[in-house]
Design a protein around this ligand. Sequence first.
Ligand code: CU
Length: 367
Amino acid sequence: VALIDLSRRGFLQKLGIVIGGAGVAGAAAACGSGESANDKLGSYKQEQDARLAAPATSAPAASAGMNHGGAVMQAQPGGHSVADMDRAHEAGVTYYLANAKEMTSRLLPFELDGDTKVFRVTARAMQWETRPGDVKQAYTYNGVLPGPEVRVTEGERVRFIVTNELPESTAVHWHGLYTPNKMDGVPYVTQPPIKPGESFTYEFVAKPSGTHMYHSHHNAMEQVGKGLLGAFIVQPKDKTKYPAFDKEYTLVLNDTLLSFTLNGKSFPATGILKAKLGQRVLVRYINEGLMNHPMHLHGMPMQIVAKDGYPLASPYLCDTQDIAPGDRYDALIECTEPGAWAFHCHTLSHAESPDGMFGLVTALLVE
Ligand SMILES: [Cu+2]
């Protein structure tokens, strides 16, 4: 397989975009240097609105005139002219490369009560912007989506005081963790639902190690779909039992009610993964959605080292890892190839359209 032009500029050119100057600074300049983040956001939104409002430049039937040579290609299916479609793709990618911030995990803070780590989690309804101008009615833990990441070490005692400020009952399930039965978080199976205005306290010892999650287990299609979800990472007590890595990212996937989101955001508002040449990056995939998402990284293989937190006896290499609802996969990436590499769900209806890329799309930038 030929790996062509590995630079960021190559990435843009591959996507049909030629800009002045290479790198993030160049992309930012092309986008209008001196603009505030809000201006940029506004101009991206205006372009989107203008395209949606503009009448199709050719009737959809004109797509019958398309040929493989491209010379007579006047319109794309859906009534987009060639120029309109390319402009839409360019706007999204240019916006992304100029604005994407490195993905980070917000950690859930705790207080100590003796040896017990005490966490406070409040569920509430609020509005959440998935990408510029796209604001949805969401449910959040502590006002963010995904909920703040829990990070503890195997064997630590944890307590979660969960307060429900939603207009409906809820409960929290600790997916992947070995809890006492009454702490499992399923209404009418192990506890009464937490009614609006009420609190419930969960307490258990964090085990086993691995990539886990916490989420609603009440009216869950809606509540998790609207955002009641978060990562729960239990670090191994003995780190030598897990492959070494230089840096890590948690990628929480979701779909349906808030559209296709990576850590609560849809492309081009998604964050970016960054590594220095030669670094080993660990990606923790967590699928909180209703659909499978085959995540595909360009340029370098992924080595899958754990499933649902359990280290694999035989890690395997792949470039696409299907992730079913509820699954977690830990993937190690040896960042041997410099450039900005597309990284996206390969169910293409979750990632690309005539209006440009959207949804489950990010990039790995190796510098
Ligand atoms: Cu997908």
